[in-house]
Unconditional design. Structure first.
Length: 413
């Protein structure tokens, strides 16, 4: 071996020793990263649906007719009367079979609405011979919105009545905006819309602190949800899904939406029935008062009076009892039956309550105008002044004092 080759071999050995000394320890191979679950079918029983506007995802679940949702059986929905929605809709929905009703609810990317808010999940419930079906239209990303809306339009063509809960001010306007943003015609003009929230408020606003759907679900149906996702978190969960494509994080949202729709259907079996005069059944006085006020607004005064009078036989709170007595007196007077209002006003004037001063005023008017008993009218006016003095009462008292001072014989001449 030449000197050059020997030097070269020596140099290679030195370099190998240096490399061995300073070589970094071998790291273990990283575990393979978990692949994102990009496909809803991995967790949902559904399918990708193609339309002229692209693709989206749909899933459907059946609540069998033998099941119950709290106090309402699924089978009861099928037997609902065709004229059930007539009174609560002011006669706009007449003779429509329950299988032509659809129950709609949306889950959105924001709670405030506006053109930047998307309805990423739209659920539509319907009554069928097999039970209650909920079809859910889902966009896996924002590019699938047009396809979702197109399929929703086709699905709604089989119905005549749209039932929502706060849908008149939220769900329908939001969807109409999204249809226009995608240059599609909204399908709602062919459907009669019943927003059950307004009827529920009429019936239960005086009884419960809140008429939110989930509250009525608990108070009226007796259902208590377990592990439900709060509505305010739903937009964040969807954005997280769009980022990670992990569909299992959205499973509580699908469940939340389906249960909301099922609850809406079951409340529809209860709320409208209360607006039927002949078949309504009540167990709580506050419900009767709330409905009586609705009858009064609808100018069904005799129905309202009958319900008001039944309500005062129930265990109403003092505040509600006194207000109801005042409403009865006001209605009797409106109908020209001051004699019927007299004992009610007398009761109100006899005890401490917010309507006592007003009752004294009405009694003063009655005794002055109807019975020409100016002395008693003056006494009622002075009693009202002690509780709630005003210039009008002072003028009335001055006038009555003058009339009382005039001898009866002079007044007859």
């Amino acid at each position: 071996m030449s000197d050059f080759q020997e030097q070269l071999a020596h140099l290679r050995r030195r370099i190998a020793k240096i490399d061995k000394k300073y070589k970094a320890p071998k790291r273990p191979s990283p575990a393979p990263s978990r692949q994102p679950l990009a496909f809803p079918e991995d967790w949902l029983h559904g399918e990708e649906v193609e339309t002229a506007h692209g693709v989206h995802y749909e899933t459907e679940r059946l609540y069998e007719r033998q099941r119950r949702h709290g106090s309402v059986g699924i089978v009861d929905l099928e037997g609902l009367s065709h004229d059930l929605l007539d009174p609560i809709s002011n006669g706009q929905i007449r003779g429509v079979a329950p299988e032509k009703w659809c129950f709609l609810d949306t889950e959105t990317t924001g709670l405030a609405g506006g053109s930047g808010t998307y309805a990423f999940l739209v659920g539509v419930g319907r009554i069928t011979p097999q039970g209650f079906r909920v079809r859910q239209f889902f966009m896996r990303d924002f590019g699938e919105e047009a396809s979702l809306l197109s399929a929703l339009t086709e699905h709604l063509k089989q119905f005549e009545v749209l039932i929502t809960y706060n849908g008149r001010t939220y769900d329908q306007p939001l969807l109409e905006t999204r249809f226009r943003m995608t240059r599609q015609r909204p399908p709602f003009s062919s459907l009669e819309h019943l927003d059950l929230l307004f009827g529920a408020r009429r019936l239960w606003n005086l009884r419960f602190d809140s008429c939110r759907l989930v509250e009525l679900e608990n108070q009226i149906l007796g259902v208590e949800r377990q592990g439900d996702l709060p509505g305010e978190l739903i937009p964040y969960v969807y954005f997280e899904y769009v980022r990670t494509q992990e569909i299992f994080s959205l499973m509580p949202v699908f469940h939340h939406n389906a249960i909301d729709i099922l609850t809406l259907a079951c409340l529809t079996a209860i709320v409208p029935r209360a607006f039927h005069v002949d078949s309504a059944e009540f167990s709580h006085g506050a419900e009767m008062v709330g409905l009586a006020r609705w009858w009064r607004q609808a100018e069904q005064h005799e129905n309202a009076l009958a319900l008001f009078r039944q309500a005062i036989e129930k265990n109403l709170s003092d505040e509600l009892l006194f207000r109801t007595l005042w409403d009865i007196a006001a209605l009797e007077k409106k109908l020209g039956r001051e004699h019927a209002a007299l004992p009610v006003l007398t009761d109100l004037a006899a005890s401490h309550n917010p309507w006592r001063a007003a009752a004294f005023v009405e009694l003063a008017k009655y005794y002055e105008r109807r019975e020409r008993n100016y002395a008693l009218a003056l006494e009622m006016t002075r009693s009202a002044m002690e509780l709630d003095p005003s210039e009008a009462l002072e003028r009335r008292a001055t006038r009555l004092e003058k009339r009382v001072a005039v001898p009866k014989t002079s007044r007859l001449i």
